[in-house]
Design a protein around this ligand. Structure first.
Ligand code: SAM
Length: 300
């Protein structure tokens, strides 16, 4: 595998995000997952007056800063978890905003950066934390957790039917050597659950997805975030959320529907069906292929 390390990430469904959030009206927007600033740049180019960019990965913020350099006086970048969006806005005495975006998951920069441990295509320390200043690494979780817990997480977060076999292999391996590298884990998974004939994806894909979700606790609090974000929209403003796998999409789909139904925050779901990227975009950026965009609008 060539050492391919992009320092930027191609934003997914950029035109759809801009059309959905309508920054041409001006106003203040929050990009809850600013990453390397691609969507934020599109919002500013299209007319947003101000963008508050949040990311839990401190290493992303300088890259976002560079991408947004033409607008420094209109941009603020904050190292935080979007599940703390209420706190971030309260600290700045911002009550409501004109639009919010959450483009979930990891960026290409994180996937390709050396020593972050997200990719099974290279051999490097098994870290996988988006925020390297906090929490346990994937290696630490695999060292401490019971076989049962490992199997449950791989099954639930990876939708991997060989989860039990893989967990058994991890526990067997760790009884004589610690499981600490991506190459070691990928090899172990491929031996425990070999790829079936005709299977397109690498046998390690689902296990790596599961570990990443587990390490970063990605699904926990997503529903509460939707509620908090919708509460902060001014009337007519929208929250757009892009997901990349079915577990996340299910939470967003049902979370937004439930908000609409409960009526505690007056919102309507704008996307009865999720928007999907076009074939041209998928051809240009294969990472877009699993993206789904859903949105809700605050009612007066
Ligand atoms: C798909 S990328 C976003 C890319 C961005 N839209 C762009 O155009 O460059 C997802 C980003 O969300 C961040 N992220 C994931 N979970 C987060 C969370 N709970 N709070 C804040 N940021 C998070 C990741 O660190 C990553 O940088």
């Amino acid at each position: 595998m060539p050492a391919h390390r992009p320092l930027s990430h191609t934003p997914v469904m950029e035109a759809e995000v801009v059309a959905m959030l309508d920054p041409a009206r001006g106003g203040r927007f929050v990009d809850c997952t600013v990453g390397t600033g691609g969507h934020a740049r599109a919002l500013l180019t299209a007319g947003a007056d101000r963008v508050l960019g949040i990311d839990r990965d401190a290493e992303a913020l300088p890259l976002a800063g560079a991408a947004l350099a033409p607008w420094t006086d209109r941009v603020e970048l904050v190292h935080a978890d979007y599940r703390q969006v209420d706190v971030v806005l309260d600290e700045r005495q911002i009550t409501t905003v004109d639009g919010m975006l959450a483009d979930l998951g990891v960026s290409s920069v994180q996937l390709e950066a050396p020593a972050r441990g997200f990719s099974f295509n290279r051999d490097e320390p098994l870290d996988m934390r988006m925020d390297r200043s906090a929490g346990a690494t994937a290696a630490e979780l695999l060292r401490e957790a019971s076989e049962r817990t490992i199997a449950d997480r791989i099954f639930e977060y990876g939708e991997e039917r060989h989860a039990r076999r893989i967990a058994r292999a991890i526990v067997e391996t760790r009884s004589h050597e610690p499981v600490v590298s991506t190459g070691q884990l990928a090899g172990l998974v491929r031996r425990a659950a070999p790829r079936r004939r005709g299977q397109r994806i690498d046998a390690a894909t689902r296990t790596f997805q599961a570990l990443r979700i587990w390490v970063n606790d990605e699904l926990e609090g997503l529903g509460r975030f939707l509620h908090a974000a919708c509460t902060r929209l001014r009337a007519g403003a929208r929250l757009a959320v892009i997901t990349f796998h079915s577990l996340e999409d299910r939470i967003v789909k049902w979370g937004l529907r439930e908000l609409e139904r409960a009526g505690e925050v007056a919102v309507r779901v704008v996307t009865k069906r999720p928007l999907r990227p076009g074939t041209e975009e998928i051809g240009r950026n294969p990472r877009a292929r699993s993206a789904k965009l859903r949105a809700a609008e605050r009612l007066p």
